[in-house]
Design a protein around this ligand. Structure first.
Ligand code: ADP
Ligand code: ZN
Length: 762
């Protein structure tokens, strides 16, 4: 067996051996299999090749199965026992530098995930698999021939070939040479046979990063607020000390322009920047903004092929790329001279990965910024309360941009009380009269309209008229949604599908009533109400094809579409000056979720979608349909008043010990059988409680109870939440680690996960 050890890092960098008993070893982490770090002897023949950040092949276990592992460190040890030897080295170049390795070790501790699993998620698969790399052959003239060239007889074709090869020695392949001299490869082959030409083989990246031609643009003259923000960021850059700045700028205040001009300064100094945006914002608009201002931008989005991703990675690592713009995982981009990290829309939950390893890009950005001693800029019109709180206690520097550029006013927002609506008119369409009139007005004046409805499908509530049974997914604890085009019901969690029933399958006689409102139904109603205007629906159903998102937005920009309706994918980041009206069809969809962030999410969504209007010369208006016009989140959004929202929400968080005032750890147990899941979650909760007591920690346990969505994909779900003050965070993680060890081998029907600082509560 190898030697199991604790995590350590680069204690020893010098690799010359002084003592006779000393041996040089590589510390190896496996992506699958054992979670511990193992030591392997580095045989003399591999001395030069083995280094941290490369993958190597080593024998593991009694059967000496060949396993691939990451070398994370080299260490001299005084050998006391026989260690196994490394078999071979897989990578020619290192996949990760030492700082990145250090980061992965930290992530493993922070997010309670096996180190190997972290490494696998940090290095993209395309890079590991060397996607897009081919072996290429290049021609050169042999030395031998150079000595005796006068003796050889050559045909004119061969002479031409030799002239060309002499000129581009080692840079042209046989095919390329043949093509250029206009012959087959036959003369080349005969020259090779005669020992006049020879080839060298090189492994090369053949995949290319697609470059879109973008018209370059000049700088905008910054407003005083923008200038101040940029200056403060650059001051932090020059101070060479890590600092986090929270840029709170209302929608349309020109945050992106601030990032761009700050980054230009960094690029001039020969450094690079990473800009993280939510995946949904990686629209052509964002790409264009950066590509129009920098020579070399890498845009990392989820539609890249493995080889494109690999090509980007190499370009980035070589220092050729000035700015990396990408979603969550772009925080792992291997930029060699990091100068600044920007996290735009920092409040977005999508910065947290919802599968293992469950990391939050903001926390990693913070770690990298500290490691490199560079500033981190968090930007948002609706900052997370976590970041806002840190700014308010001085941990972050607050930068405010309370005004839109060119002093456009923020749009006027008013509510439509749906309670009154339904009282007055009985059940009716999705558009209240007030919104209908406002739409008519806006369209008559040639403005464009955005409508937000955060539910897709046609009918969202399908129920038996007689027995009251709601048609739900057999595998999930979720009501099914009716989709018109397919004439089927589908589950939005597991994609289960079934024909739309006419008669109740429960009581076998009642008629089924279809109700509830999704974007599909809204679209039909809009087409009826506004037959002379074009509308377009954007939701995951209509945006399945790659490129459809871009296409839809381009149509809207060109004015081919008057009314854009859709789910939250239309709520964020879009900048269309001709939008004069935004309608929120139902602001309450997220308000009553069993999630302590439900008010925050509602405030964010309404504020963000409201921010899509009034960006041009004309004023913008927003109408918010709601059953709870008096809810503080809605009231604050109506006034564009983030501080007012924070002032009402923070005390509530404090009272209950929720973030940012406390630490939260969520444990979710899943099982095929309800009983097993329940028993195991009780057992696990007991363990946490006992360990916490042993350490004298004061924690609050919520649950275990069935999760709000009690079943997904046939698995029963239970959860509990551990709450503690911030000082207890590390101790709580330690208990989490020990629980992971203690409950490693359990009934295979039961799985469990632990989520540190969860964003997802359902
Ligand atoms: P935010 O991200 O804060 O919502 P944007 O960066 O999208 O704001 O900027 C809103 C619009 O204002 C964009 O069209 C942008 O090009 C424009 N803009 C930004 N700064 C300036 C400026 N200083 N002068 C003129 N236009 C600007
Ligand atoms: Zn389902």
């Amino acid at each position: 067996m190898g030697d199991k050890k604790q995590i350590f890092l680069f204690k020893e960098k010098q690799t010359t051996l002084q003592d006779q008993n000393e041996v040089l070893t590589a510390s190896v982490v496996f992506s699958e299999g054992p979670a511990e770090v193992y030591s392997y002897l580095i045989p003399e023949r591999l001395r030069k090749e083995v280094c941290p950040g490369k993958r190597i092949k080593v024998p593991l276990g009694r059967a000496n199965r060949k396993m691939i592992g990451y070398c994370v460190a080299l260490e001299k040890i005084t050998s006391t026992r026989r260690l196994k030897e490394i078999d071979s080295v897989l990578d020619e170049t290192t996949l990760l530098n030492e700082k990145m390795i250090e980061m992965t070790a930290w992530m493993a501790e922070q997010f309670l995930a096996p180190w190997g699993q972290i490494l696998e998620s940090v290095v993209p698969a395309g890079v590991r698999e060397q996607a897009g790399v081919r072996e290429k052959t290049y021609l050169f003239i042999t030395d031998d021939f150079c000595q005796r060239w006068q003796e050889e007889k050559l045909s004119p074709k061969q002479r031409k070939v030799l002239e060309l090869v002499a000129k581009y020695s080692g840079r042209l392949s046989p095919g390329e040479v043949a093509h250029r001299v206009g012959s087959t490869v036959a003369p080349i082959q005969s020259l090779r046979k005669r020992g006049i030409l020879d080839v060298i083989r090189k492994r090369e990246m053949v995949a290319e990063v697609k470059h879109s031609q973008v018209q370059k643009e000049g700088d905008k003259l910054l407003s005083p607020q923008q200038t101040n923000a940029k200056d403060q960021i650059l001051k932090a850059v020059y101070s060479k000390k890590q600092k986090t700045l929270l840029l709170h700028g209302v929608t349309g205040s020109g945050k992106t322009e601030v990032y761009i001009q700050a980054i230009q300064e960094i690029v001039r100094a020969g450094q690079q920047a990473i800009v993280l945006v939510p995946e949904i914002s990686l629209t052509p608009q964002t790409r264009h903004r950066f590509q129009a201002r920098f020579d070399s931008v890498a845009v990392l989005h989820s539609h890249l092929s493995a080889s494109e991703r690999h090509a980007h990675w190499q370009n980035i690592a070589s220092g050729k790329v000035q700015v990396v713009v990408g979603a969550r995982s772009a925080i792992f981009a291997p930029v060699p001279q990091l100068g600044l990290i920007v996290l735009d829309e920092e409040h977005e939950p999508s910065f947290k990965q919802d599968t293992a390893p469950r990391y939050h890009a903001r926390e990693i950005a913070f770690f990298r910024a500290q490691q490199e001693g560079v500033p981190l800029v968090l930007g948002s019109a609706t900052p997370s309360l976590e970041s806002w709180y840190k700014a308010s206690v001085g941990e972050y520097q607050l930068l405010s941009m309370p005004d839109r550029v060119a002093k456009q006013p923020l749009p006027s927002v008013s509510t439509v009380d749906l309670r009154e609506e339904s009282k007055n008119r009985g059940p009716r369409g999705a558009i209240a009269r007030k919104l209908y009139l406002a739409m008519k007005e806006a369209l008559r004046e040639k403005g464009q309209v955005i409508l937000l409805l955060n539910r897709r499908g046609h009918d969202t509530h399908i129920q038996c008229h007689d027995c009251g049974a709601v048609v739900a997914c057999p595998d999930c604890d979720i009501a099914l949604t009716y989709h018109l085009n397919e004439d089927r019901l589908s589950c939005h969690y597991c994609d289960y599908q079934q024909p739309a029933p006419k008669v109740c399958t429960d009581c076998q006689q009642g008629t089924i009533r279809y109700g509830g409102l999704g974007t599909q139904k809204l679209e039909i109603q809009i087409q009826k109400l506004f037959p002379n205007h074009t509308s377009l629906r954007m939701d995951t159903d209509t945006m399945k094809k790659a490129g459809s998102h871009e296409e839809a937005l381009a149509k809207f920009r060109k004015g081919e579409v008057d009314i854009l309706l859709g789910t939250q994918m239309i709520a964020k980041g879009l900048d269309f000056p001709n939008v004069t009206l935004v309608g929120v069809i139902n602001a309450d969809t997220a308000l009553h979720f069993p999630d302590f962030r439900s008010a925050e999410r509602t405030f964010q969504l309404v504020t963000q979608v409201a921010g899509r209007t009034g960006r041009g010369e004309r004023e913008g208006h927003v109408l918010v349909q709601t059953y709870s016009p008096d809810h503080p989140a809605i009231m604050a959004a109506v006034k564009h008043d983030f501080e007012m929202f924070a002032a009402t929400e923070l005390p509530a968080r404090k009272e209950f010990g929720y973030p940012p005032f406390g630490t939260l750890v969520r444990v979710v147990v899943r099982s095929d059988t309800e009983k097993k899941g329940e028993t195991f979650s009780d057992q696990l909760a007991d363990y946490f409680e006992k360990e916490a007591n042993k350490e004298g920690l004061s924690i609050r346990m919520l649950g275990p109870i069935p999760a709000p969505i009690a079943k997904i994909r046939g698995k029963f779900r239970f959860h509990f939440m551990l709450q503690a003050d911030l000082q207890t965070q590390q101790a709580l993680k330690r208990i989490g680690q020990s629980a992971l060890r203690a409950f490693k081998r359990i009934d295979p029907d039961v799985q469990w996960i632990i989520d540190i600082n969860p964003m997802e509560m359902l």
